[in-house]
Design a protein around this ligand. Structure first.
Ligand code: DAT
Ligand code: MG
Length: 151
């Protein structure tokens, strides 16, 4: 099992709606470990760095204005297959197609207000974690319960 770190954002809609705790609880309940977490307001510059791959697409201006419209909760999750496990908990990008039981399937209805971001692959995860967290903000620690989560 590959140990990975991934970057999660509870987007401004999730914070404004008061469901950040629910989203975090679903991720925590997988057994993945929270390595870093903070509330911040994303600047235009950080939004452009984060979503550079989408620059030029029709939805890009709306995406940047949305992600900078209020605070987000940034979380770094750590554990075996953290990237794909977090993506599974998130559900498909479009909430209308996201499976029940996923964050987007259960808590959202619009692709432009889909509550959560999660890194898509190892390269994105490394880049995105470094965008939001410095080394000292990422904590490596053991949990007494770890042996009940990973064999
Ligand atoms: P994901 O967030 O699932 O990784 P993505 O990287 O393709 O999806 O897109 C980033 C965000 O941009 C996505 O969460 C919502 C928005 N978005 C993507 N496609 C869109 C579209 N066709 N219309 C409006 N917003 C879109
Ligand atoms: Mg993406």
């Amino acid at each position: 099992m590959a140990n990975e770190k991934t970057l999660i954002l509870v987007k401004p809609d999730g914070v404004q709606r008061g469901i950040a705790g629910q989203v975090i609880a679903r991720l925590e309940a997988t057994g993945l470990r929270i390595a870093g977490m903070k509330l911040l307001q994303i600047s235009d510059g950080l939004a452009a760095e984060h979503y550079g791959e989408h620059e030029g697409k029709p939805f890009y201006p709306g995406l940047v204005s949305f992600i900078t419209s209020g605070p987000v909760v940034a979380i770094c999750l750590d554990g075996p297959n953290a990237i794909s496990i977090a993506r599974k908990v998130m559900g498909s990008t479009n909430p209308a197609e996201a499976a029940p039981g996923t964050v987007r399937g259960d808590l959202a209805i619009d692709i432009g207000r889909n509550v959560i971001h999660g890194s898509a692959n190892e390269e994105d995860a490394a880049r995105e974690v470094a965008l939001y967290f410095s080394d000292v903000e990422l904590v490596d620690y053991a949990r007494a319960i770890d042996g009940w989560i990973v064999e």
